[in-house]
Design a protein around this ligand. Structure first.
Ligand SMILES: [Zn+2]
Length: 375
């Protein structure tokens, strides 16, 4: 008897979750469509819709059908019933976003502000979040939490940085960062956050590799819809894979690493560190820029081809350079195909969608996904 009751409760919870998920993916649908798509009974659907409405998670949002005939109500989720805030902290910038339950960015802020491990910096983070919450007109109870994306390796419980040499903050804790933040807070690795955001927004279940082409190279492995951390939470760190034996020296002390060839600084160094200026020069067919871009694309083709060989999944290009890749993706695909004896095209390659917000959005999405799973 006890076992049967438990099983029934489980089915009820699954029905509720499935109805919510269906509405999250396809807004504006009727009860009949829910019944049809999920193969549920009318009383089950009616009861779940009623309870989801009373909790403020879904709403009636219109009618379908002809006037005169019977018109059916349609339902959608309340996108901002809950929201989460994400921060992206780099050496010189802070990006903050608020995202809703669909992963949509509802407010954003970006400013140049130099990182330092100090009380005044943490106070400033508190101010940024307070302003963002006001800008998005969010009530405290709508906010699930604040995710902080960092160029660092973070422990599994999201509380401590165990390797943070880029910003020299190894050992820093979530408690330290959130001293002036009134919400639940979690730290996360920047590439994993961005990779998860790019994967999640595509709504194609499965696996992917996210290649972050920023001032340092990062990567994230998604397997079966989840970030695969590896045994020591640094899987996907492909920046120090050897691309050319005995090649250019890398800051890590080795030679020929991916990072030495694909870091955004390889391009921006032509323009005093300004990547936008580099792509402008490229547009103007400046000879130096064209030559540099040509060799960059060759190295990138080699790298993505290696990734495809290992992962046999989508490879998403993000980071600072990823923001500009849309225009050059066909050229890259042509180069990648030439290196591969098994693939006829390079359709596994994809370009990031969140652009500058991917890390912050991904840091926030951790809370969104946890909440959706709990419905
Ligand atoms: Zn290296």
């Amino acid at each position: 008897m006890q076992r049967k009751q438990t099983a029934n409760l489980h089915i009820q919870k699954t029905n509720r979750t499935n109805i919510y998920q269906l509405l999250r993916q396809n807004g504006g649908i009727t009860k009949q469509e829910i019944i049809h798509q999920l193969q549920l009974s009318l009383p089950t659907v009616t009861q779940n819709i009623k309870s989801l409405i009373s909790e403020g998670l879904i709403m009636e949002d219109g009618f379908v059908g002809h006037t005169g005939g019977r018109r059916a109500k349609t339902y959608s989720i309340v996108r901002n019933a809950r929201t989460a805030v994400g921060l992206d902290i780099t050496r010189n910038h802070i990006t903050a976003v608020a995202v809703d339950l669909t992963g949509g960015v509802i407010a954003q802020h970006r400013e140049r502000y130099k990182f330092e491990r100090s009380d005044s910096y943490y106070k400033h983070l508190g101010v940024i979040i307070k302003n963002l919450v006001e800008k998005a007109s969010l009530a405290e109870k709508q906010i699930l939490g604040v995710g902080i994306g960092l160029p660092a390796l973070v422990t599994e419980d999201n509380q401590t940085i165990f390797y943070g040499e880029i910003l020299k903050f190894t050992g820093a804790t979530c408690k330290e960062f959130s001293k002036y933040i009134q919400y639940t807070t979690a730290l996360c690795n920047d590439a994993n956050a961005a990779g998860f955001a790019e994967f999640w927004i595509r709504r194609t279940p499965g696996s992917a590799f996210y290649l972050m082409l920023s001032n340092n190279i990062g990567g994230a492995v998604v397997i079966n819809n989840q970030i695969f951390g590896g045994s020591h939470f640094h899987s996907g760190e492909i920046g120090h894979l050897t691309l050319y034996p005995q090649g250019k020296p890398c800051y890590c002390g080795q030679k020929g690493c991916v990072d030495a060839y694909l870091a955004a600084t390889v391009l921006s160094s032509l323009c005093d560190g300004n990547l936008a200026d580099f792509f402008q020069l490229l547009e103007q067919r400046n000879q130096k820029a064209v030559k540099l871009w040509d060799s960059y694309l060759d190295s990138l083709a080699l790298t993505v081809n290696n990734l495809q060989a290992v992962f046999d999944s989508k490879v998403i290009l993000g980071g600072y350079v990823g923001e500009y890749m849309e225009k050059y993706i066909d050229d890259l695909k042509r180069r990648a195909v030439k290196l591969n004896s098994f693939e006829k095209d390079a359709d596994y390659l994809d370009v990031c969608r969140y652009k500058t917000h991917s890390i912050a959005a991904g840091a926030a999405l951790n809370f969104i996904v946890q909440f959706i799973d709990s419905i």
